[in-house]
Write a protein that binds this ligand. Structure first.
Ligand SMILES: [Zn+2]
Length: 262
């Protein structure tokens, strides 16, 4: 599943390719997309300029010049591919957006679960999501107050977008290892010092992710990029104890039983 750094990277590429351009055509190419993008939505988007591309958590928002918004969710396997109109279409193309200057933006998605929707001017209601982790809005005090209001273990809490935006399953495990906090620790009992360490760890793993994931992908096996994710049974990089896996709220969590404390 694309995590926040991948969606940010995708949004940057989209911004570079399409911001300031005029939409010539917007076409769903798969039945799963047709229901989100009916004919009226396709026609309403045509002729509009893409003023800017915003990312909020893992949602991409294309702001059109009349105030309408195209909302994009990659879900499990979505991504952008950029070609020129008239080139051979990419595999698994689900939605096609062509600009008047001949740029073809394709939403490619092997599993066809992505969603693209058009909201009429003023109709978009922003989802209730917490602060962006890489901005100053993600403060220790705010994070601590939000954690104090919750019950249950910390790892599933980190996946809740209302707490902090866009932390997915991989980075939640990674951040807890970095902060030396056991994934089963109760959210409302974490000391200020541990919350502060966790906040820094979330930022650190998200911030350092792109270099590992984009530039090392071909050379480094993916499991070697991670601190704990997918490495159960392998030695902890910090203390050499064998890492463990546990299931929490239906998702896999990876952690070190020795150096991550409750
Ligand atoms: Zn360890």
């Amino acid at each position: 599943m694309p995590e926040l750094p991948e969606v940010e990277f995708a949004a940057q590429r989209l911004r570079h390719a399409a911001a300031g351009r005029v939409i010539a055509r917007l076409q769903p190419l798969h039945p799963s997309q047709g229901k989100h993008l009916p004919d009226a939505a396709q026609q309403a988007a045509e002729g509009r300029t893409i003023d800017r591309v915003e990312r909020r958590a893992k949602i991409q928002l294309l702001h059109l010049d009349n105030g309408a918004i195209l909302e994009v969710h990659f879900r499990m396997t979505g991504d952008w591919t950029f070609t020129r109109s008239g080139d051979a279409p990419p595999r698994h193309e689900r939605v096609r957006l062509e600009t008047t200057c001949g740029v073809r933006v394709s939403l490619v998605d092997g599993r066809a679960l992505s969603i693209v929707r058009l909201h009429a001017p003023g109709a978009f209601v922003p989802p209730a999501i917490g602060p962006e982790p890489l901005t100053d809005a993600f403060t220790v005090d705010g994070f601590r107050a939000a954690l104090a209001r919750r019950r249950g273990p910390i790892k599933p809490a980190l996946l809740d977008q209302k707490l902090v935006a866009g932390v997915g399953n991989i980075y939640a495990s990674e951040a807890l290892w970095e902060a030396r906090i056991h994934p089963g620790s109760a959210t409302n009992t974490l000391s200020r010092e541990r919350v502060s360490r966790l906040r820094d760890a979330v930022r650190h793993v998200l911030d350092t992710a792109p270099s590992g994931r984009y530039y090392g992908r071909d050379e480094v096996p993916e499991h070697d990029l991670w601190r704990v994710y997918g490495r159960d049974g392998a030695p902890c990089r910090r203390c050499a104890a064998p890492l463990k896996r546990l299931a929490q709220a239906g998702r896999s969590t990876f952690y070190c039983p020795r150096c991550q404390r409750r």
